[in-house]
Design a protein around this ligand. Structure first.
Ligand SMILES: [Cu+2]
Length: 498
């Protein structure tokens, strides 16, 4: 699959008249030792059907609150190598986990809470924990500029402000090695709850979706060159760590969905049912949106939906999504990731009903521009063991010693983000939530259906997204592509907030 993607890149370059066909036939002929990451061939993979399927979906384990004082949360996350019995009859899979859980334990918090999370790094390399989307101070956000050494311990502290309820997640964010750490299993979900939540009475179901590549020995292989260029899409898609589980929606549930995959786009479809969007990355939408037959979550994104439909059985599937739209790939089949039994129930909220008040961020006081770029010639030229740092923002590869953009705490930034590459990229900004105000694609401008808080937004090739964001505290913030491999290969920048 990755080779095919890779060859598709080659065809694009060929179409541009820039690439000899012999390079396509011998993609590992050229070496590049400039980048600090290595790549290998994709090994023989675990045959389909070796992971046990059809087991009832289990809730995510919850991180224990060690605090006794009301309004406080104190928890411990230990990242360490271990092994998990994933196949029915094969060897155990060596993996890296938080608290020996795949994915890591769910952290359930409340608005206003004083949070203290102790991270113990028992990995053989530096790591951090980034609280993806949460409004935490820059020095508590586990950025690549703040590594925790192997054997080290770090306590992250923050207080959750009013209005911060939503579905977030946590994952490593070291300067190098982040893609390997996530590919081995390090990620977990966070929920922040609010008083007065209008949907609080609904039962919840949590779909923390991740993917995992397993070789023929059920081990997680190193990244191939195609993984680096395209981002790794593990063949085994897991919900709450389970392969093709059986889901039961016996009444209307509030379903929270996380895309924790490094690169896989989740184009979710449940034939016979529809999804009613009620929440985005940063919590409830302004109002209930019209039901949709399919919903798309780019890597890093979250959604809250109600599921509506007639009684019956169905299959939760990932419809094909072409994130290299200029390359006309052959059609791919939908990928079934769960079975679902569903019982019809009255919808507790109808389309257009207000869910919360979201105040527009208002007039910007600062303009920021980020152009995502790729050096396709380098990608094609350097098809060796080591991938090139060919993914850029504003013409530059990430450099932690360089400030790329500046802002001021309390001032509204207007970001203009431009995807000048040939593939989709999900753009993520650290520090909190933003409001998308406009998209521009194929010459047409459009506004979102309602106000919503987001921290990750997908851009198709040639698309421009304009958004507003207010950084509340000073410090250094990152912005980057959330295809983890692209971030690691340079598609990241630093925003200095003073
Ligand atoms: Cu990207």
């Amino acid at each position: 699959m990755h080779r095919r993607h890779f060859l598709k890149c080659g065809l694009t370059a060929l179409a541009a008249g820039s690439l000899p066909r012999t390079l396509m036939a011998h993609p590992h002929a050229v070496m590049d030792h400039a980048a600090p990451v290595a790549a290998t061939e994709t090994p023989a993979l675990l045959p389909a059907g070796r992971l046990p399927a059809g087991q009832a979906l289990l809730p995510l384990p919850r991180l224990r609150n060690e605090a006794t004082k009301p309004g406080t949360f104190s928890g411990t996350l230990v990242a360490e190598p271990g092994s998990a019995q994933l196949t029915t009859d094969g060897p155990a899979t060596a993996c890296w986990r938080y608290n020996q859980s795949l994915p890591g334990p769910l952290i359930e918090l409340e608005e206003g809470m004083e949070v203290s999370l102790t991270f113990i790094n028992r990995l053989p390399e530096p790591s951090t924990i980034h609280w993806h989307g949460l409004p935490v101070p820059a020095d508590q956000d586990g950025g690549p500029d703040d590594p925790v050494a192997p054997g080290g311990t770090r306590v992250y502290r923050f207080t959750l402000p009013p209005g911060s309820a939503g579905s977030y997640w946590y994952h490593p964010h070291p300067h190098q090695g982040v893609s390997g750490q996530i590919a081995r299993g390090l990620a977990g979900a966070i929920i922040v709850r609010a008083p007065g939540d209008p949907l609080a009475a609904l039962p919840e179901q949590h779909w923390a979706i991740s993917d995992l590549r397993l070789d023929a020995q059920a081990q997680i292989p190193p990244h191939s060159y195609g993984d680096w260029v395209d981002g790794r899409e593990g063949e085994n898609v897991l919900i709450n760590g389970q392969y093709r589980p059986a889901l039961a929606l016996s009444t209307t549930h509030r379903v929270r969905i996380w895309n924790m995959c490094p690169a896989r786009y989740l184009n979710l479809s449940l034939p016979g049912c529809e999804f009613v969007p009620v929440g985005s990355d940063g919590g409830l939408l302004e109002k209930v949106l019209p039901a949709q037959a399919a919903i798309l979550l780019a890597p890093g994104e979250r959604m809250e939906v109600l599921v509506t439909g007639a009684d019956g059985h169905s299959t939760l599937s990932l419809l094909p999504y072409n994130r290299h739209p200029m390359m006309s790939p052959p059609p791919q089949a939908a990928l079934e990731i769960a079975t679902v039994t569903y019982q019809a129930a009255p919808q507790p909220v109808s389309e257009g009903v207000a869910l919360r008040t979201i105040a527009p961020l208002g007039e910007p006081g600062n303009l920021l521009r980020a152009v995502m770029m790729e050096k396709m010639a380098d990608i094609m030229k350097n098809k060796g063991q080591t991938p090139p740092r060919a993914f850029l923002i504003n013409g530059k590869s990430f450099d932690m010693a360089r400030v790329d953009l500046t802002s001021k705490a309390g001032v509204v930034d207007r970001w203009e983000i431009i995807n000048a590459t040939t593939m989709d990229h999900p753009f993520h900004i650290h520090g909190g939530q933003f409001q998308v105000i406009e998209r521009q694609y194929l010459g047409k401008k459009s506004a979102p259906a309602c106000l919503a808080w987001k921290d990750t937004v997908n851009l198709r090739p040639g698309e421009i997204v304009r958004l507003l964001m207010r950084q509340e505290t000073p410090g250094m913030r990152m912005y980057h592509c959330h295809i983890i491999e692209h971030e690691e290969l340079g598609m990241m920048g630093m925003l200095k907030v003073s």
